[in-house]
Design a protein around this ligand. Structure first.
Ligand code: PHE
Length: 445
């Protein structure tokens, strides 16, 4: 059976979609809070190093595997591992698919919070005060309403396919996101107190650079931020023509993702100092307040204290968060959908429906067992699933994948010394470096 696969129609479309997957809550929320709590500039410095040395190579390996196979992640890994054991490849692919569903289960809940916070100022503007307060306050009822809305939004885009859905919507949302971010930064940096935040953000405290915990946090953050390990980047790579210059494309994605994370830090950390200037508590036990409290209490309180303009700032900020989240969830949703369509013969609509129902059930399980499960699933995905899959990609590309693997093609490597260096780097250095960090993660947890 031969089915014509949908694909990206331009390289720019691919870059925007993949950057859309990478740029998400991890950048706009995770990165600034981690930076704030891990020595400001020191974290930024270590983050840049692990991104270049490990995360971008892992992203390359993931995109490369998809691109070579031109198949969904389960089939792609199965093919790449065929010489060793195609069962291993298949199970690894399914494990990645599980990661995509787990990622969606918590991410859709948080994305729902962003959406409801984006609607709150609109309701306030049109005079529905009590609805606005309900939207801005966390409750199970709100989760029950907004998580499904978010899953539905992703489903509507995915159902339209790669070009009409993913490429088109990423190309629309990403430039808007960028402009909103720049606009917010320009506004916040003019507020009293902001310069102190800029200084803290940009001055590395080199004492902390050697802290193993900091390196581990930076690596987890870099892998999550570049969406490595659940197959989203692999499936996007598979929709790109085989002759594409992957090195350049992957570097652009890494650069865009890092730029947005950096800019988000330039927004959030000075914002915290502006809030402090206005009398809010932003430090606790010497640490900047992070996590949900930062986004859903400290920032809204600051917006409120700005008066009328604060309503608009809040609307822009949470719309930005919602868009960032949406372009990330669509890439994870595409992973199981592509598998069901290509390997199980489902129609795209049926596959999207089934995947959405599974994600919704998983999300609802988290909503109803929030305290024991929510952070547990996030930790599992971040500290275990993503790095172990990254390690697996290196081992596949470097050691298992023989037939059809350009990086193992002796003749080709003889002709291109640069490719040979790259292949050896992926084969020896990356798995070793990643294992060292990974063993540290396990022994520290
Ligand atoms: N990279 C996304 C972010 O930074 C999260 C993500 C992880 C998306 C894994 C897809 C797959 O928020």
């Amino acid at each position: 059976m031969s089915v014509t696969r949908d694909s990206f129609h331009s390289k720019l479309g691919f870059i925007l979609a993949a950057a859309g997957s990478a740029i998400g809550l991890g950048n706009v929320w995770g990165f600034p809070t981690q930076a704030a709590n891990n020595g400001g500039g020191a974290f930024v410095f270590v983050y840049l190093i692990v991104t270049v040395l490990l995360a971008i190579p892992a992203l390359y390996a993931e995109v490369y595997l998809g691109n070579q196979a031109q198949k969904n992640p389960v089939a792609a890994l199965q093919q790449a591992c065929a010489d060793v054991s195609s069962n291993l490849g298949k199970w690894a692919g399914l494990f990645g698919l599980l990661g995509a569903v787990l990622m969606l289960s918590f991410y859709s809940i948080v994305a729902g919070w962003m959406l409801s916070h984006a609607l709150a100022p609109i309701m306030e503007l049109v005079g529905f005060q009590s609805l606005a307060s309900w939207l801005a306050e966390s409750s199970t009822a709100r989760n029950l309403a907004f998580t499904p809305v978010f899953i539905l939004l992703s489903a509507l885009i995915i159902n339209r396919g790669v070009h009409q859905g993913i490429e088109r919507w990423s190309s629309r949302l990403m430039p808007v996101l960028f402009l909103l971010l720049l606009g917010l930064i320009a506004y916040i940096l003019q507020q009293p107190g902001a310069s102190e935040g800029v200084a803290m953000y940009l001055t590395p405290n080199f004492e902390q650079v050697k802290d193993p915990q900091l390196i581990i946090s930076a690596m987890g953050q870099a892998f999550f931020s570049l969406s490595i390990g659940v197959g989203g980047m692999m499936v996007y790579g598979s929709y790109l023509k085989k002759d594409a210059n992957l090195g350049k494309l992957v570097l652009s994605i890494g650069a865009l993702d890092t730029l947005i994370a950096f800019l988000a830090g330039l927004l959030i950390i000075p914002t915290l100092f502006v809030a402090q200037h206005m009398g809010q508590e932003v430090f606790r036990d010497g640490q900047l307040i992070g996590g949900p409290q930062l986004i859903f209490a400290t920032l809204p309180a600051l917006f409120e204290s700005m008066g009328q303009i604060g309503i608009y700032v809040s609307l822009v900020f949470f719309s930005l968060m919602s868009m960032a989240a949406l372009t990330s969830t669509i890439s994870s949703t595409e992973v199981p959908v592509a598998y069901l369509v290509e390997d199980k013969g489902y129609s795209r609509t049926r596959a999207t429906l089934l995947v959405s129902i599974i994600v919704l059930s998983a999300s609802m399980t988290l909503v109803f067992n929030f305290d024991p499960l929510f952070s547990m699933v996030i930790n599992w995905v971040n500290s275990f699933q993503l790095p172990i899959m990254g390690l697996f990609y290196f081992i596949v590309v470097g050691w298992m994948y023989k037939r059809g693997n350009q990086l193992a093609d002796k003749q080709l490597l003889q002709q291109k010394p640069w490719l040979k260096f790259w292949a050896n780097y992926l084969r020896f250095v990356c798995p070793l470096l990643l294992s060292v960090v990974f063993i540290n993660v396990i022994s520290n947890s």
